[in-house]
Ligand binder design. Structure first.
Ligand code: PRX
Length: 661
C-alpha cells in the first residue's frame, strides 16, 4: 500500500492525556476553538493583540494589516523593531539572561554552553565587525556556514544592524552560491574554512572561492571566515578576513538598529517550478511574531524545556526554529553539528538521553532511516537509551507515513508524547497547519487543523471551495503576518506563483494537494501539485535538475525529470535522458549515469543527484512537441501504461524507457 493510501485509511485517534491538556498553554479543544473564533470575529484585532503581546516594538504599530497593495500585504507597517533585540536584549534583566541559550554538540561529541548574556555579547561584537566591514542596513549578506553557534551569531548580527541575510545550505554547490550572490546583489559572505560532518573535514571556503571566481561578483567586498578547524585555507588579501581578525578590537556592545516591520529580515532561496530558484523574502515584524508564537503554541514551550530542532540553518526550519523562534521565546536549545548516523545510528537517541531533551523536532526521512538502522542493528534502537525526558515530538518537511508515525510514537515517545506533524513551507515563515499538543486529538499521517488565524481551505482550480472528503488544492484565504512578502527582484513571479488570477488573485496557493476528512475536517497533505519534488524533506525543482543535466552540453541532448515514491526518502529523483550520441546500455550506461549524477551534484548539490537515470533515443512527446511527464511518472514508478498514448508522436519510445538500464 502506498504511503498516501495508508494515510487515507488511517482511523486511529490519539487524544492528549488529561494531564497534558491541563498543563498546556492552549488547554483542550475549547481553548483552540476560542482562539479561532477570536480570529474570525475580529481578524485585525486578533493579530494586533498577538503582535503587541509577543514582540517588543521600538515604535509601536498603529496599523495592523494593509491590503491596499494586495497581494503585497503589509503587516504592522508603521511599527519599528529589531529582530535581534527581540531575541537577546529583551531577556536582559529577566531570569532568562543567565539561562543557557545554546547547548552545542560538535560532530565529535564536544559540548559547549552559551548563555543568553554571552550570546548577546558575541552577537554585538560580530555586528560591530560587520559594520567595520562597511556593511549597512539594507545590504545583503550571504551566510554559508556549518551548523553551530557561529552560524546563529552571524544571522543575528546581520539582523542587529538591519542587513538582510541569505543563508545558503552548506551542501549547495559553488554554482548555486554564485546564482544567489548575483540575484541578491550580496556585499559580503560569511563562511567557514571547513565543516565537520561524520568525522570528515569538508571545505566550505574553497566552494565560496570557486563561486566568486565565476564572475560578476563585484558587489562582494568582503569574505569573513570562521576557522572551524586548524587546517589552513586559501585567503585573498584585502577581501578575506578570519573571524579572529574581524573581531579584533571590536567591543561587545552594539545598539540594535530599529527597522520598519516590513524591512526584509532575510531572503531564502527555494525551488519552484522553473529552473531558477526563488528568493523568498520575509519581513521582520510579522515573521518574528510567528516564529516566537508558534514556539509557544505548537511546542507548548515551558521555561525548563530543552528544545532540539535538528534542521540546518540553511533551511527555513533552521531559521524559524533554531536561529529566531527559540531565542525569541527564551528557550534553551540544543544545536548539533553532525549527522544522525555518526559515529552510530543511535546518535540522536544518545543525545536526547545525554542532554535530557524534552522537545524533539525532526524530519520523517530521518525517522525512516533510523527505523531501518534500528531494525538491522538492535544496538542503535532507541530502547537502548533513557528517553523519559521527552515531552513533545514533532515532524516537518514532508508527509509522515502512519507506520513511521507509530514507530516514533511508541519507540521514541513511549506512547506518552504527542507528535506535532507541522505542515508549513519556506513561504509561510512558520507552522500553518499543525496539531497543538495539549488540545488536538492526533491521527497518524495528518497535520490536523490550521493554527488560529490561518484560514486554510481546499479549493478547485477556479478557487471554489471543495467539500470535505474530496481532494483539491491547498490555499490560505487570508494573509497572515509571517507570509512571504515577495520574490526578491521578481514581484510578477510572486503574484503568478502564489496568487494566481485564475483563482481571483487573493488566495495564497501553497502548491500542495490536500484533502479534508469528511467527519473531522482534518487536513491530509497529498503532495506537491507543481513541478517540485520533496526528497528527504528537501525541495527540488524538476526544471532545475533538467537545466543542470542539459548544461552538460557535450553529452546531453534532452532531459526530463520526474519524481517517484521512495520508501526512505519520500520521493526520489528519476531522470530520463537523451544523449547526443547513441543510447548506451549495460556497463556503459551505468558509467555515464554516474558521470551525470556527479555533474548534477556539482551544478546544484549532492541532494539533487538523480537516483534513477534512464536513457532513451527520444522522450515521449505529443505531436506539438510537449513532453508527456505523466507517462514518465508512470514509467518511473514501474507501472503499466494504461493511459491513452495515441496522441504520442513516438509511442514506441515507452517500451524502451521502461527497460531499466
Ligand atoms: O510539500 C509540502 C512539504 O514541504 C513543502 C515545503 O517545503 P519547504 O519550503 O522546503 O519547507 C519545508 C519545511 C517547512 C510543502 O509544500 N511539507 C512540509 N511539511 C509537511 C509537508 N508535507 C506534508 N506534511 C508536512 N508536515
Amino acid at each position: 500500500m502506498s504511503a498516501i493510501e495508508s494515510v487515507l485509511v488511517e482511523n486511529r485517534v490519539f487524544p492528549p492525556s488529561e494531564a497534558t491538556v491541563q498543563a498546556a498553554r492552549i488547554s483542550g479543544m475549547p481553548a483552540y476553538e476560542a482562539l479561532c473564533r477570536e480570529a474570525e470575529s475580529d481578524f485585525e484585532g486578533f493579530w494586533a493583540r498577538l503582535g503587541r503581546e509577543n514582540v517588543q516594538w521600538t515604535k509601536p504599530f498603529t496599523q495592523v494589516l494593509d491590503e491596499s497593495k494586495a497581494p503585497f500585504y503589509q503587516w504592522f507597517a508603521d511599527g519599528e523593531l529589531n529582530a535581534s533585540a527581540n531575541c537577546l536584549d529583551k531577556h536582559v534583566g529577566t531570569p532568562v539572561e543567565n539561562k543557557t541559550a545554546i547547548v552545542f554538540e560538535s560532530d565529535d561529541g564536544q559540548v559547549t554552553n552559551v548563555s543568553y548574556k554571552e550570546l548577546l555579547a558575541r552577537v554585538g561584537q560580530f555586528a560591530n565587525a560587520l559594520k567595520a566591514q562597511g556593511i549597512r542596513k539594507g545590504d545583503r549578506v550571504i551566510v554559508y556556514m556549518p551548523m553551530g553557534v557561529e552560524g546563529v551569531v552571524a544571522m543575528q548580527a546581520c539582523a542587529r544592524i538591519g542587513a538582510t541575510h541569505s543563508v545558503v545550505f552548506g551542501g549547495f554547490s559553488a554554482k548555486s552560491i554564485h546564482e544567489r550572490i548575483l540575484d541578491a546583489g550580496a556585499v559580503a559572505i560569511i563562511t567557514a574554512n571547513y565543516q565537520m560532518r561524520g568525522g570528515k573535514e569538508m571545505g566550505l571556503k574553497v566552494i565560496v572561492d570557486e563561486a566568486l571566481a565565476m564572475g560578476g561578483c563585484d558587489s562582494v567586498k568582503s569574505v569573513l571566515v570562521y576557522e572551524r578547524t586548524a587546517t589552513p585555507c586559501n585567503m585573498v588579501a584585502g577581501r578575506d578576513k578570519t573571524f579572529a581578525e574581524a573581531l579584533k578590537g571590536q567591543g561587545t556592545e552594539c545598539r540594535p538598529e530599529p527597522v520598519n516591520a516590513e524591512h526584509p529580515l532575510f531572503i531564502l532561496y527555494t525551488s519552484g517550478s522553473t529552473g531558477k530558484p526563488k528568493g523568498v523574502q520575509h519581513s521582520t515584524g510579522g515573521y518574528l511574531l510567528w516564529s516566537k508564537l508558534t514556539m509557544d503554541w505548537t511546542f507548548d514551550l515551558r521555561p525548563e524545556d530543552l528544545f532540539w530542532c535538528t534542521a540546518d540553518i540553511g533551511w527555513i526550519t533552521g531559521h524559524s526554529y533554531v536561529a529566531y523562534g527559540p531565542l525569541a521565546a527564551g528557550a534553551t536549545q540544543l544545536i548539533f553539528e553532525g549527522i544522525p548516523t555518526f559515529p552510530h545510528a543511535g546518535r540522536f537517541w544518545e543525545m536526547i538521553a545525554k542532554h535530557k531533551v524534552s522537545i524533539f523536532y525532526t524530519a520523517p526521512t530521518a525517522i525512516r532511516s533510523l527505523i531501518k538502522a534500528a531494525e538491522t542493528d538492535a544496538k542503535v534502537h532507541p530502547n537502548n537509551w533513557n528517553l523519559k525526558s521527552l515531552r513533545i515530538l514533532g515532524t516537518v518537511g514532508e508527509p509522515i507515513n502512519p507506520e513511521a508515525w507509530m514507530w516514533y510514537y511508541r519507540n521514541v515517545g513511549g506512547e506518552r508524547c504527542p507528535i506535532v506533524d507541522t505542515f508549513w513551507q519556506t513561504e509561510t515563515g512558520g507552522h500553518v497547519i499543525t496539531p497543538l499538543p495539549g488540545a488536538t486529538p492526533l491521527v497518524p499521517g495528518s497535520c490536523t487543523l490550521p493554527l488560529p488565524g490561518i484560514m486554510a481551505a481546499i479549493v478547485d482550480e477556479t478557487g471554489k471551495d471543495i467539500p470535505n472528503g474530496s481532494g483539491g488544492m491547498l490555499v490560505i484565504k487570508r494573509p497572515w503576518p509571517s507570509m512571504i512578502r515577495t520574490i526578491w527582484g521578481d514581484p510578477e513571479r510572486f503574484k503568478k506563483s502564489y496568487f494566481p488570477e485564475e483563482m481571483g488573485g487573493r488566495l495564497y496557493l501553497a502548491g500542495d494537494g490536500a484533502v479534508r476528512d469528511a467527519k473531522t475536517g482534518y487536513f491530509r497533505i497529498t503532495g506537491r501539485i507543481d513541478d517540485v519534488l520533496n526528497v528527504s524533506g528537501h525541495r527540488l525543482g524538476t526544471m532545475e535538475i533538467e537545466s543542470a543535466l542539459v548544461s552538460k552540453t557535450d553529452l546531453v541532448a534532452e532531459a526530463a525529470v520526474v519524481g517517484r515514491p521512495d520508501d526512505l526518502t519520500g520521493e526520489a529523483v528519476c531522470a530520463f535522458v537523451v544523449l547526443k550520441r547513441s543510447r548506451p546500455t549495460g556497463e556503459e550506461a551505468k558509467q555515464i549515469a554516474n558521470e551525470l549524477r556527479n555533474w548534477v551534484a556539482k551544478e546544484i548539490g549532492p541532494i539533487a543527484k538523480p537516483k534513477d537515470i534512464r536513457f532513451g533515443d527520444n522522450l515521449p512527446k505529443t505531436r506539438s512537441g510537449k513532453i508527456m511527464r505523466r507517462l514518465l511518472r508512470s514509467i518511473a514508478k514501474g507501472e503499466q501504461i494504461t493511459q491513452d498514448t495515441t496522441t504520442l508522436e513516438n509511442p514506441g519510445i515507452l517500451d524502451q524507457l521502461a527497460q531499466t538500464n
